[in-house]
Design a binder for this molecule. Structure first.
Ligand SMILES: Nc1ncnc2c1ncn2[C@@H]1O[C@H](COP(=O)(O)OP(=O)(O)OP(=O)(O)O)[C@@H](O)[C@H]1O
Ligand SMILES: [Mg+2]
Length: 380
């Protein structure tokens, strides 16, 4: 299936890959393409990237949806037959929403929301951001307002982090240490504070330094609060995990031609497959494209340069430098091609590999995003 077909036939497309390879850029480019083709698209990003916001004609990314004005497309000579909106994920807000939904009473809800430890967990615990991205996805996927949601994911240090986020978050909260703590605390009451105090200090070292009066009460409240949520929360994480395996969700793997990134992409691809998630396409971004060898001699090149350059610049001096730069670029291109071929060999033919060239400058406006899209959909 071509990437254009993937975009036309799924409700959710998720870009995944290692840091800095172009997940956010290609997610936005795909969203732009699908909107131009007539779909109602939400581009859901994780990072507040101002450059991306500006590319979409917005002054900044916000955690509420903003429409990309159709006039912006027209200004760039493009036509948007559908609609495009953009929104940034708010990790804490999403988590709060879950608490609101699953708390057994209003009082229980407020106790958790106002708890210091909860606030730490909700905004800073490793894996929370990834998990909340999944949550948000689950939520917007069912919203009839969108034909397509393109989800950009946070940079993952390890490929596994993202896929296992729901399970890891549950594990962190439902760890044996946490359960032990809950038992001791609930069973022993206030007289065990000394013991619990030491235990809690060790236990919570990993969670962060939270000091001050009422610390233990905060811990107790958090633990029992989470316990209260737990039935619904666990079930929910399972639903989210299942949603990722639904046929309407497509994963697009993004990589650069860098050998390390290619290695990670292959690893990631295997993990997606093992987890039963559909990897519909692989994007190799920032590829150095082959440049032809000049068909004229060095002397002729000097003559051409002399014509083109001001008289103050010595064309005979410049030409060897240009030839060297061209050679380096050609070597780069052939190294990149070898990496793309290696990837194709390793992951097999069933996934479409598309290449996007490395542009001379950052992708900074709608036209540039549309240009990236034209490579993604092989229209270029
Ligand atoms: N094909 C390209 N040519 C030139 N610049 C590019 C290209 N693709 C992306 N960039 C630029 O590279 C930078 C990184 O891209 P981007 O933010 O999309 O990566 P990312 O994978 O989302 O990174 P992170 O993992 O940090 O979220 C940006 O400045 C972007 O404009
Ligand atoms: Mg990004």
């Amino acid at each position: 299936m071509s990437l254009a077909e993937v975009l036309g036939s799924h409700r959710v497309v998720v870009t995944v890959g290692s840091g800095g390879v172009g997940k956010t850029t290609t997610a936005a480019a795909m969203a732009v393409h699908a909107a131009m083709e007539g779909r109602k698209v939400l581009c859901l990003t994780i990072d507040p990237a101002r450059r991306l916001a500006n590319s979409l004609g917005l002054s900044e990314m916000t955690t509420s949806e903003q429409d990309v004005p159709t006039a912006l497309f027209r200004n760039h000579g493009l036509e948007c037959k559908g609609a495009l909106s953009a929104m940034m994920l708010d990790t804490k807000r999403t988590f709060d929403g879950l608490v609101e939904k699953y708390a057994s009473s209003e009082e229980a809800r407020d106790r958790i929301l106002n708890n210091q430890i909860y606030r730490y967990v909700a905004s800073s615990l490793a894996g929370t951001q990834e998990y909340m991205a999944m949550e948000k996805l689950h939520e917007v996927r069912q919203d009839p307002k969108w034909d397509l949601v393109v989800l950009d994911t946070p940079p993952t240090a390890s490929a596994l982090d993202f896929l296992t986020a729901p399970e890891r978050l549950i594990d962190a909260i439902d760890s044996p240490a946490m359960r032990w703590f809950l038992q001791v605390f609930e069973g022993a009451g206030k007289e065990a504070f000394g013991l619990v105090g030491r235990g809690a200090t060790v236990l919570l070292k990993g969670i962060g330094r939270i000091t001050g009066l009422g610390f233990l009460e905060q811990v107790a409240e958090f633990v029992s609060g989470i316990n209260d949520l737990f039935g619904g929360f666990k079930e929910r994480a399972e639903q989210v995990s299942d949603a990722l395996r639904s046929p309407e969700v497509a994963f697009v793997l993004v990589t650069s031609p860098n050998p390390l990134a290619i290695g990670e992409a292959r690893f990631f691809s295997e993990k997606l497959e093992a987890a039963g998630m559909k990897r519909e396409a692989v994007i190799v971004n920032q590829v150095h494209m082959p440049i032809e060898e000049p068909s004229i001699s060095a002397e002729e090149q000097i003559a051409v340069l002399r014509e083109a350059l001001p008289a103050s610049i010595d064309a005979a001096h410049i030409q060897p430098r240009l030839a060297e730069a061209l050679m380096a670029e050609r070597e780069w291109a052939s190294a990149d091609r070898a990496q793309v071929e290696r990837l194709a060999d390793e992951i097999g033919n069933e996934a479409r590999i598309v290449q996007v060239p490395a542009f001379d400058e950052d992708v900074h406006d709608l036209a540039a995003l549309a240009r990236v899209a034209s490579f993604l959909t092989e229209a270029a």
